[in-house]
Design a protein around this ligand. Sequence first.
Ligand code: PRP
Length: 177
Amino acid sequence: MTTELGETILAEKEIRARVTELAARISADYADKEPLLVCVLKGAVFFMADLVRELTIPSELDFMAVSSYGSATDSSGVVRILKDLDANIEGRNVLIIEDIIDSGLTLSYLRKNLRSRNPASVEVCSLLTKPSRRKVDIACKYVGFEVPDKFVVGYGLDYLEQYRNLRFIAVLSEEVS
Ligand code: PRP
């Protein structure tokens, strides 16, 4: 089985325009709140880097790395924290930055975990969402695009760690060779 890039579903220009829109909304909503943007490694790095540079308000960045127990396709919903935040988030306005919400299990766990640390607020900003794959309901205040239930890569999203550096998002198709 080999893989190859298929149809581009989000072009670089579309992504850039949407990131600018989201940044404008976040800048308005968080004026005077100095949000702490929490990037969930690794996929969201690219989105966060572009988003934060469009913000017109002061903000801080922090990073978390998590891994789910079990295989990616059969997630148990139990998430292990591989790298925790540097910052104490008590009283802070936290905005979790994700590249994609699939089953929703990662975010559901993360949000619960961060809420237990007594922040002023916890919201989610995800570039992509695949609602058809949802296992748990997750309120996401800022969403870039809804994508169909296909394997997508690029702009941070990988297949075996490859394709993250693409400036666009495309479907990965499998071919029997
Ligand atoms: C992806 C994505 C989310 C999670 C979403 O990360 O960045 O964190 O999966 O899936 P869920 O909604 O089903 O929980 P991944 O584990 O692929 O790690 P990566 O960002 O390092 O590629």
